[in-house]
Every structure is written in structure tokens, then in C-alpha cells.
Ligand binder design. Structure first.
Ligand code: SF4
Ligand code: SF4
Length: 114
């Protein structure tokens, strides 16, 4: 591959061939504003949990899209559900609702696979 002098971090890449987007489609249906995200990072930079832990809402999004639900479950448990991220989002994304819905979907998915 051509060396452009930079590389893309693994955690920031989506492999569309290996990803499972079935839960993502449900999330988009249940929290419609999720589709409006432009990845500006305002939610992550104001996150209360990120001040005290290594929690990253961006990481959650990537884990969700890459269907890494076990790791995502651990990550989501660090969110305090304070809702600050929702207040600062310039696109009106219901980020708090998104996190809650991700938790619900992971739980349902686990129960379905048992
Ligand atoms: S603040 Fe809103 S638009 Fe920006 S990354 Fe977060 S959810 Fe997406
Ligand atoms: S609701 Fe969760 S993700 Fe949003 S600012 Fe609060 S701790 Fe961070």
C-alpha cells in the first residue's frame, strides 16, 4: 500500500465486510436523531464521565458500528447519563437516548443469543 505519511488508527476504522449493522438499523429507527451526527466531537469534549474515566462516546459509536458488543457494554457502563452531551450537540442528536438504547439493544441481543 502507498505510504502517505500517516496511518489510520484501528479503533477509528470500520470494516464494512465484517461489520454487523442489524442493531445499528434498529438504533436509527428508535433514536432517529442518531442519523444526524456529523462527528464534530462536541459531545465527547464536554462529557462528564470522560473527565474522570477513559470513557469516550466516540469509541462507543465505533464499537457499536463494529458490533463489538462485549467491549461496548463495559464502556457504556461508565456513562453517568447526565445528559450534558445532548445539550451541547449542534445537530440535536439525542446522545443520552442513544446510549440508553445501545444498552437496551445489547441486553436484548444477549438474551436472544442465549
Ligand atoms: S455533538 Fe452531536 S453531531 Fe457532534 S459528534 Fe456528538 S452526537 Fe455527533
Ligand atoms: S450522558 Fe454520558 S456520555 Fe453524555 S455527557 Fe453525561 S456521562 Fe457523558
Amino acid at each position: 500500500m502507498k505510504d502517505f505519511g500517516y496511518s489510520i488508527s484501528k479503533g477509528r476504522t470500520l470494516n464494512y465486510d465484517n461489520s454487523d449493522f442489524s442493531l445499528k438499523k434498529t438504533l436509527e429507527h428508535d433514536v432517529v436523531s442518531y442519523c444526524r451526527c456529523i462527528g464534530c466531537g462536541a459531545c465527547a469534549s464536554t462529557c462528564s464521565a470522560a473527565k474522570f474515566t477513559d470513557f469516550s462516546i466516540f469509541k462507543c459509536n465505533m464499537l457499536f458500528r463494529n458490533a463489538k458488543y462485549d467491549e461496548l457494554e463495559q464502556e457504556l457502563s461508565k456513562c453517568m447519563l447526565c445528559g450534558k452531551c445532548t445539550l451541547v450537540c449542534p445537530r440535536g442528536v439525542n446522545t443520552r437516548g442513544m446510549i440508553l438504547e445501545m444498552r437496551n439493544l445489547i441486553e436484548k441481543n444477549k438474551n436472544n443469543n442465549e
